[in-house]
Design a protein around this ligand. Structure first.
Ligand code: ACO
Length: 344
């Protein structure tokens, strides 16, 4: 087999690192986020469609969301990235990996991660996007951990970013009221003391149809395309059942693998889909709701961006202290899910 010079160098670097192994944990050392300027409340929506603040907030906990006008997935990602890098206090040249989770990148190619790389000047980074829907940031965290553990990277920038307002069906009131736009980012690097303690990750492609967005406009004259198929459609009750069974089980498994009990976790920073899902998980784990911070009230559901935006809000409010145990979980389209326990 022919091995490229680049692959050979990466492989040798990994082997050298294995030889003089230092046990490193993957640690989040900085966070950042960006929300679009325009805030749209439930009352604003009730003026343009048949809905009400009462219907939306009582079923979901969502009161408002930020929607992009001028902003793009890349422009929000770039702002979030700069804020995370500043918060981490690292030089941009130190970043050697950028992974961005999204289902709403501005282009098919180039990737949004490459747009971020160019804009921030991360000249030494390998950059790529991943699609794991609402689990995208968590999958990016796990991949960056694998790179760090293999010695392939030292400092990674991981992001979740979405402009869901361009992929939801504004004619379907049962879905469009749920989503928002925004970007969140974190800088991660190896640390001898603190960081990732355990991880769980899964996918179930057989349930793809319960939450899907089939595609983009096709102007192939040989076929007829149903234009509605361009947009997100969801079986809300099936998604709910999936979330309230899979998420507590995944969290329990991860917390146990970290050698902890749910009571020892200081915060549960979960994907912000719906307040009822958060309440159900808290009940199933017998953990008080005040350990489940919430951003969905003012952000709505921002898919891959919701966990890093929540983390950044917690970080900037001073909630996260060194050594605290934080459980994270993302879940959504695919279906996909991922949980982690970190020592902050
Ligand atoms: N305003 C007013 N009425 C509405 C609206 C709206 N925005 N949307 C739907 N309705 C009506 C429906 O037409 C229906 O009326 P009908 O009974 O006369 O036919 C009625 O409200 C009930 O509709 P359902 O879809 O059955 O509403 P449900 O009670 O299931 O609530 C919800 C919908 C909130 C989405 C719920 O299914 C849920 O919590 N799902 C969890 C999944 C989730 O949050 N997904 C988000 C994205 S996925 C993710 O991030 C993992």
């Amino acid at each position: 087999m022919r091995v490229s010079e680049g692959s050979r160098r990466i492989h040798e670097r990994a082997l050298r690192r294995k030889g003089n192994e230092v046990s490193m944990k993957t640690r989040i050392v900085g966070t950042g986020s960006c929300l679009p300027e325009t805030v749209v409340t439930n009352d604003d929506l009730s003026k343009i469609m048949d809905t009400s603040d009462e219907w939306i907030s009582s079923r979901t906990g969502i009161k408002a969301r930020h929607l992009a006008k001028e902003e793009t997935t890349a422009s929000m990602s770039i702002k979030a990235a700069k804020r995370a890098i500043e918060n981490a206090g690292v030089a941009v040249e130190e970043i050697d990996l950028i992974i961005l989770g999204t289902v709403s990148a501005d282009y098919v190619t180039p990737s949004c991660a490459c747009e971020v790389q160019a804009a921030i000047g991360a000249v030494n980074a390998v950059a790529f996007d991943i699609n794991a829907a609402c689990s995208g940031f968590m999958f990016a965290l796990n991949i960056s951990n694998a790179y760090i553990q293999a010695g392939l990277c030292k400092t990674a920038l991981i992001l979740g970013a979405e402009t869901l307002s361009k992929v939801v069906d504004w004619g379907d009131r049962s879905t469009c009221v749920l989503f928002g736009d925004g970007a969140g980012a974190a800088v991660v690097r190896g640390d001898e003391k603190y960081g990732l303690l355990a991880f769980d990750q899964g996918s179930d492609g057989t349930k793809a149809e319960v939450l899907a967005c089939p595609g983009r406009t096709n102007n192939n004259p040989l076929i007829q395309t149903d234009q509605r198929l361009k947009f997100v459609h969801m079986d809300g009750q099936e998604v709910y059942k999936f979330a309230v069974t899979t998420v507590p089980a995944s969290l329990q498994k991860t917390i146990q693998a970290a050698g902890l009990t749910p009571e020892e976790i200081d915060y549960f920073a979960l994907h912000q889909a719906n307040i009822r899902i958060l309440q159900s998980v808290s009940k199933r784990l017998h953990i008080p709701e005040d350990k489940f911070p919430v951003s969905l009230d003012h952000c709505g559901n921002i898919s891959a961006a919701s966990v890093p935006i929540l983390l950044d809000e917690m970080n900037r409010r001073g909630l996260l202290k060194t050594g605290m145990k934080v459980a994270l979980s993302g879940f959504g389209g695919g279906l996909t899910w991922a949980s982690a326990v970190i020592e902050w």
